[in-house]
Design a protein around this ligand. Structure first.
Ligand code: FAD
Length: 966
């Protein structure tokens, strides 16, 4: 029982008529008597008498009635009393803070109050946040001293606080993390894994914020402006109101702080983790020795929301589906990286029906296929996808704008405006001797194989070079290099990063480099590969010669230029990963002559706008900036969303019609690509007719598709054998050679592919031959299906065609009957089409390779008694193509080979389908997916190219054994 204080005001509205005063002395004596009873039994009797007497007194009676009323009020309105006690309590606390030091008892009690997470604790947080720095320091000294056993991270915190010391986020120790792909920097929330409660973690975050000085000129948000008006140094590209965010956290208002961030950045959980804060918000922090951990706070807020409300991360129940509402015209977003996703999210939130068209089968762009999960878990990208879906946004994957359709066609399909967020996904290479060798690949390829295709996991099909125990070098000094190096390390490689400047000039996030070296990755500075040397038999790289560099004068980037010293050194290598940055992918630009691009291939925008040279087409992110950062891409996506949501020039019925058309188009893009017909052409060779209406509409002779047969399968290129735009079908012919093609061969009518993208590559260049020249096709085995649509086009143009179709044996032949494809063409074009069949065993047609009859034709032509050969097109096994090429070269007959190289993304992003060609005596790197698949066979360096087909032979053999196909 507590004793009433004479000075204490009686609650004002305890009750109207009971609000009379009583004699305080009587009440005090009454309480004392009660206490005496409890504390001193000797006086019990005497005291009892006193109590009886006092209980009869008017004062005590009145007091008792008021206590009863207070109790009632306490039950009905507990907050009131809380406030009353809080006011009392804070005065006492304020008094404590005026003392020289905070006592242990006070500190422990105070901390317990903070942990309660109630009104009192909020008030205390606010109280401390508003204290002058010197009093805050007193608090920090007290927790350093009295709480460091319970919280080891408090130990020494007061040394140099606030500018030079802080509580860092929780980073998993290197020994624990360098074998797995779990998150390395677990942030403040990671302390929960060590057994701290959620509230304790909240307090760690609050302690970090307590260091903030609330600078008037807000450098973290707006950067440090330049007098000439050029872009400020540092600051936040999306202008998160950082000082206000810190103020809200300082006052314990975590939820409000999160709401504030969301207004300017819908992806804080992503950008907080991957932004280069050290050159942006934190780089200009006035606590320059140890800036406030703004990035960590940025992602702590959404992450903590998830911990608190795991099932309710997105309260948008009242958001009406914009497609159903049909009050705003549809918008198409091309690319699902941060630029596209933010754009889609904001427009969907604003009531626009949006469809995101993405080239890959998964969403997220670089965030998914580039940045590994140990830095950015995929579930965060899934989260964004889910949010956009809740808002009514739609996604069409395996859709390549510039190939599957054009921007103009998207507009015709009902989309009012388009945002292009296609990134900058074309990897750069060094173009040094030996770069064509097996075991040398781009970081894009390596990371896509691991991050997107999960090549390192047993139950996934994508092959990966052996990494465990191998000498891996990663060339480059940016985030991509670090990600590739750390990934290779996790796969068991002995990894060295080779960089031509010094560590100081590296464009990498400081944290990543630090983590990489902690994980046991070596750094070779001032070194650049001059040449790669390989094994003559395996064609795998074995060594590299590195130029020793030194730093010269600064270049355009302001960094000192690396200069060759003339010295060199040799290094053993098994796997080389090139992380030299990305250039712009030409696919969209090549398909849209009206779209203005810079000399670097980036899409240009109008001044102070995100709109491109094409009306109603906007862009942003890496597509416009070249390789940049996630937050800048997100910022562009936001700015574009604001511009896109302008005045709508349509009537309500026009909008409804646009929405209906665009929705129908979207549905076609989303339709499962199912097998409608399956024909066994020969032993191990099947023809599949697949529903894929948008590819069927766009397909041209000579193109191919990228097939993902099942979720854990691999991405394989397959040539289009035929298509029917009206029926919405495409035809694939598959010979089961490797385990993937063998599994595809087993698919049945009704089965759906996980995704088919295309049509890809350039279509055939069809020349009209005016003087009766013949176009010779040499088709080896299943080279016939890709040959078929090209020769059909030549026939339709009126060109004469000679088909030399070769098979190993009669049993493997197909389409030769009168009612089959080649037979039907012969009937349709009896004067234009000659067909010569060859078999290796003589079981049908000529007993010869395709080169046999071709040589006859060449000889006759040379002798002047045969048809002139306009050109030769050769498609089939690589060795056959090479033989044809070697044969025709001395005759000077133009020869084109259609290359079915090893590819991953098949849109230029990985560089795996590299074809070394010689132009003007120089070796030039071409890519089968974007420069081909048809290339002038006479400039291909076949000696270098052919071994590339064998680079995953070992993995393929292992896979066959695994699947029981060996
Ligand atoms: P992207 O993320 O590249 O997304 C483009 C999307 O468009 C892709 O999904 C692509 O498949 C799709 N696409 C391309 N062409 C077409 C087409 N024709 N039709 C349909 N879809 C198409 N930045 C940071 O800020 N911090 C980091 O730590 C960081 N680390 C990185 C690590 C790696 C390995 C890489 C490669 C980049 C890193 N970056 C980092 C850079 C950052 O990821 C990019 O700046 C950012 O992702 C660009 O976003 P975007 O939306 O413009 O394009």
């Amino acid at each position: 029982m507590s004793q009433p204080n004479n000075d204490q005001q009686q609650p004002e509205n305890v009750s109207g008529n009971e609000k009379q005063s009583y004699n305080h002395d009587d009440v005090a004596r009454y309480y004392k008597a009660n206490l005496d009873i409890e504390s001193n039994r000797h006086y019990i009797e005497k005291t009892r008498e006193q109590i009886n007497e006092l209980e009869q007194s008017e004062s005590v009676e009145l007091f008792q009635r008021q206590v009863a009323l207070l109790q009632k009020r306490l039950l009905n309105d507990p907050k009131f009393f809380q406030q009353m006690f809080i006011t009392e309590g804070t005065s006492a606390i304020a008094w404590e803070f005026q003392q020289n030091k905070l006592s242990k008892k006070f500190t422990l009690t105070f901390w317990e109050l903070l942990l309660k997470n109630d009104d009192m604790s909020s008030l205390l947080l606010r109280f401390i946040w508003n204290l002058p720095l010197k009093r805050k320091r007193k608090f920090i000294r007290a927790i350093d001293k009295h709480l460091c056993e319970r919280y080891p991270m408090f130990k020494g915190l007061s040394q140099g606080w606030p500018g030079e010391n802080n509580i860092p986020p929780y980073i998993r120790p290197p020994g624990e993390r360098n074998e797995d792909f779990d998150l390395v920097n677990q942030g403040y929330i990671g302390y929960m894994g060590l057994g701290y409660s959620f509230r304790e973690v909240e307090m760690l975050v609050w302690l970090e914020v307590l260091r903030d000085k609330q600078c008037d000129d807000r450098p973290c948000e707006i950067g440090i402006p330049h007098d000439d008006g050029s872009e400020a140094d540092g600051g936040c590209p999306v202008k998160i109101h950082i000082p206000e965010m810190l103020h809200l956290i300082g006052e314990g208002k975590f939820k409000q702080a999160f709401d504030l961030i969301k207004e300017s950045n819908p992806l804080p959980n992503v950008t907080g983790r991957v932004c280069p804060q050290e050159i942006q918000c934190q780089g200009v922090c006035t606590l320059n020795k140890r800036p406030i951990e703004i990035g960590q706070l940025e992602w702590y807020l959404p992450q903590s929301e998830k911990v608190l409300n795991p099932d309710d991360d997105f309260a948008l129940a009242d958001h009406e589906n914009p497609w159903a509402k049909a009050e705003k015209p549809p918008i198409a977003i091309v690319g699902s990286g941060p630029a596209g996703m933010i754009n889609a999210y904001l427009l969907a939130k604003d009531g626009y029906p949006v469809t995101v068209f993405e080239a890959f089968h998964e969403l997220g762009g670089v965030l998914r296929y580039g940045i590994p999960e140990f830095r950015l878990p995929n579930e965060l990208i899934d989260d964004v996808e889910r949010k956009i879906t809740i808002l009514g946004g739609k996604f069409v994957t395996n859709f390549i704008v510039g190939k599957t359709t054009t921007l103009e066609a998207l507009k015709r399909a009902g989309f009012w405006k388009i945002f292009i967020g296609t990134g900058a996904g074309l990897p750069r290479f060094m173009n040094v001797p030996g770069e064509h060798m097996n075991g040398i690949m781009s970081a894009n390829e390596f990371l896509t194989r691991v991050n997107l295709m999960k090549a390192h996991l047993e139950d996934y099909e994508t092959p990966l070079p052996k990494v465990r125990g191998k000498q891996v070098i990663v060339i480059g000094g940016g985030n991509t290099a670090m990600d590739a190096a750390r990934t290779a390390r996790r796969l068991g490689g002995n990894v060295t990063i080779v960089y031509r400047r010094t560590q100081d000039e590296m464009p990498v996030r400081v944290e990543e480099l630090h983590h990489a070296t902690e994980e046991g990755i070596d750094l070779k500075q001032l070194r650049a590969p001059r040449e790669f040397i390989g094994n003559d038999k395996t064609h795998f790289v074995t060594d590299t010669i590195l130029d020793v560099m030194q730093l010269g004068e600064p270049d355009a980037s302001g960094r000192r230029r690396p200069v060759v010293t003339g010295e060199s050194e040799e290094m053993k290598v098994d796997l080389v990963i090139m992380a030299l940055g990305n250039a712009s992918n030409p696919i969209v630009k090549d398909a849209e002559p009206e779209l203005k691009t810079s000399k670097w291939g980036t899409i240009e925008v109008r001044s102070d706008s995100q709109e491109t040279s094409m009306d109603n087409v906007y862009t942003g992110g890496d597509a416009n900036r070249g390789g940049s950062t996630a937050i800048k891409a997100a910022g562009d996506g936001m700015s574009a969303a604001k511009e896109i949501a302008g005045d709508i020039p349509f009537s309500a019925s026009e909008i409804k019609s646009l929405v209906a058309t665009a929705e129908n188009y979207t549905l076609q893009g989303q339709a499962p690509q199912r097998i409608l017909e399956r024909i066994e052409l020969a032993e191990g060779i099947v023809e599949l007719v697949v529903y894929s209406p948008l590819i069927a509409k766009a397909a041209r002779a000579g193109q191919f598709v990228r097939v993902l047969a099942w979720d854990k399968g691999e991405l394989v290129p397959m040539t289009l054998a035929d298509w029917d735009a009206e029926q919405g079908t495409i035809v694939l012919v598959i010979q089961g050679l490797g385990s993937s093609s063998m599994k595809i061969n087993q698919m049945q009518v009704g089965d759906a592919f996980a995704g088919i993208a295309g049509p890809l590559g350039l279509c055939s260049k069809l020349n009209q031959y005016e003087h009766g020249e013949t176009v010779v096709f040499t088709a080896g085995g299943v080279g016939l299906p890709p040959v078929y649509p090209i020769m059909r086009e030549h026939l339709r143009m009126g060109n004469h065609v000679t088909l030399i179709s070769g098979f190993r044996t009669k049993d493997l032949m197909f389409w030769a009957e009168a009612d089959e494809r080649i037979g039907l063409l012969q009937t349709e074009y009896p004067d234009l089409l000659d067909v010569i069949y060859t078999t290796n065993d003589g079981s049908f047609g000529l007993n010869a390779f395709v080169t046999g009859p071709l040589e006859d034709m060449l000889e006759k032509m040379k002798a002047g008694n045969g048809r002139t050969i306009g050109e030769v097109v050769t498609i089939g096994p690589p060795l056959m193509m090479r033989a044809v090429s070697d044969l025709t070269k001395p005759y000077g007959v133009k020869t084109v080979a259609s290359l079915n190289s090893i590819m991953v993304d098949a849109t230029g992003m990985c560089g795996a389908c590299m074809v070394p060609v010689t132009i003007d005596g120089k070796m030039v790197r071409k890519h089968a997916c974007i420069d081909g698949p048809e290339l002038d066979s006479h400039i291909i360096d076949w000696d270098k190219f052919l071994p590339r087909f064998m680079q995953f032979k070992k993995q393929e053999d292992e896979s066959k054994v695994r699947h029981g196909f060996a």
